[in-house]
Design a protein around this ligand. Sequence first.
Ligand code: SF4
Length: 445
Amino acid sequence: MALKPLDIFKLLPKTNCKECGFPTCLAFAMQIAMGKEDIKKCPHVSEETKAKLLQEAAPPMKVISIGKDNEKINLGGETVMFRHEKTFYNSPAIGCIISDSMSDEEIDNSIKNTIDMNYDRVGVTLKSNIIGIKDDGKGKFIDIVKKTSQTAKGLILMSQNPSILNQAIPLCKDVNPILFYADTVNYQEMGSIAKQFSVPIVVKGKSIDELVDISKKIAEMGVENIILYPEGSINQVYKNLILIRRAAILGKIKELGYPVLTIPTFMTDDYLKETMYAGNFIAKYGGIILLSKLTGEALFPLFLERLNIFTDPQKPMATPEGIYEIGKPDSKSPVFVTTNFSLTYFIVSGEIENSKTGAYLLIQDAEGLSVLTAWAADKFNAETIATLVKKSKIEEKTSNKTLILPGMVAQIMGELEEELPGWKIVLGPREAAHIPVFLKDLSST
Ligand code: SF4
């Protein structure tokens, strides 16, 4: 159960000393309750109280970190059933399985795809971030581990052979590899390896009861990081994923409070179906999704779905304020100005690029709002634009001094001319798609 502000307040010193950066202990308690601040910021709370608070405020689903330090992947840590209730925090890791029964060429191509298949979208790099390495007893497992450990991706070691795992784990220990799997038969042996190397382990079960039973036994062995793998057909798995999330978030059943692994490729031989299943698991509630292979036509829509679902619905996506050089602008190039709503930035910059004319794009911080919304909220007006023009020193880059306003805000032109003497203020098109024609006309005048 999430702690209430008053519960937290009771544990604070109540001296209102402000050292935490808040005017009162109560204000600080409210921030902690909302998950926006850390109790560690109060230097006057005892270690015992800190530990108590951290334990009580711990999310109902454990967060497990894998991957290299500079490319950490957090799995789990979700606190709600539905995104609109708050937000989802940690997007599922998506990747493919590389088996040692594949040819050397197929193995190398799969590793290359995992590294190369990246897409830039609204300033975010979309990429695959995990690899399952499957031991089919062909003797190449260790070689694949060595090669994939260089990719900085998360690794799942899909072998039940203890001697192979004992060799493999030290080779990739820095990515915190996940052991696959412990079940009713082998949980003691696999749990001991996970404990010995302090690595996460997948618990496999055909039913919820089986998962609860094994995860309890593994946790009692002292293994902290568990990933659940409900096995079965798409229907069973989909149903169990929802039951697991409900049990973890609403029922507080701690044996199910872990991220979940899904493997669509084990449910069908049809790659199209596999991709559709993966799409379902992004929405509900896969923490890791393993495909048989990575292809652009499957990955791109899955990445987009993941991006859409795992962005915070309360925060518009924003581009940093500043000057962006599009094409190869020079001292005669005009300056476009718009707000920092990411979609606006990408559409406008894309159309300037399409025009093959160099231009400067001045992005104003309007809290991620689009042009009309920002203007209506008085966050994008003659004064804010003029302030940015002066602050950014854009004048040092262009002697042209032509500032192009979004066509939607014609009403601020006159005021802006007064705010920026010496600048020629031009009203741009209402639709970004008309920018190439607009720029062509502008250069011919
Ligand atoms: S630092 Fe601690 S005691 Fe001081 S105001 Fe903040 S919460 Fe209260």
